[in-house]
Design a protein around this ligand. Sequence first.
Ligand SMILES: [Zn+2]
Length: 393
Amino acid sequence: MSSRIISITGAVIVGLIIIALVATEWIAHTIDDRLNRVIAHEPYTVSPEAQVLHSRLHLADLHGDSLLWDRNILKRHNYGHIDVPRLIEGRHAIQNFTIVTKSPSGQNMEENTGDTDQITQLVIVNKWPVRTWGSLTERALYQADKLHRFASRSDDLMVVAFSEDVAALMTARNGSASPVGGLLGIEGSHALEGDLANLERLYAAGIRTVGLHHFFDNALGGSAHGVSKEGLTDFGKSVVQYADQLGMIIDVAHSSPASIDDVLELATRPIIDSHTGVRGQCDNQRNLYDRHAAAIGDGGGLIGIGFWDWAVCESTPAAIARGIRYAVDVAGIDHVAFGSDYDGSIKSPLDTSESVVLIDELIKQGFSDEEIEKISGGNVIAFMERNLPHRAQ
Ligand SMILES: [Zn+2]
């Protein structure tokens, strides 16, 4: 071949690579935008009373899947639900960044198997390292590392992994709306790939909330949306006990009622349900029975009320506040929080910058300022300071 042909061939290959990179970037952005919508609405009108109260609050949210997407959360976006500028605008002190590692195709509330997985395609389109393509543990570690890297590049974001970090966060905020504390959690312990030793790797990466299940039964036992509807396996029980021992926080979101019964019997520390509804307000198999909500409260735990239709049966700020009212009446004022499921492939009536509208709806529900302070963030801040492990001296 002449050198002229070689250089033309080279130029074509480089051109094709550039086109492929631009195309995958566009596809990644489009997927994120399409799956994480805010329902179109006129700007919310909020009472002056709510605005004044909101301006001195520190909010918190127990569940957001933002690390799954190809999004620089340090920049403001006009799509999706969470980024740091919008967290600051909403006055969020703590956001739990929950990590999704596997999600079946044709996902539905009733019954799914773990035979298929849509996250693999997303991982490739989002250009994650090859080690994440076939390993759920690596997908979890990669997303945790993303948060650490974002935090290292910004004064507005810090990772919260220890009790002392919560105190440092609140001192640094000193009444202002920055920095934001990012917690790390997993959504589904299939991320352990059946190996208890991987729990230590996740702990070392700063992951602190341990969701046992997602949409399908896994090695730990039955999901609310799986096939068996059974409780915890022996491996599931050993994960609960070891996570407890490490000072991690068990999250029963998506677990079957039988699995929740087993966790309540085994756990020696308070547990959470990071994103849920309550059946008394919105009756479906996604949501908590009163007896489970009451037991989580009795044990000193937290219930994060979700913002999407499966959680509160109607995607409106008023319905979210009604779910919160019901949960408070069952579990107690110190045990209810926000659990948005932002960026979790849901349609939400608001994004994190618009949280003041929820303060207004909680006022309309008859909650006092002190009660709203607890629900909107105080409960999570106090819980994390109390239940996250202490930094080794
Ligand atoms: Zn979820």
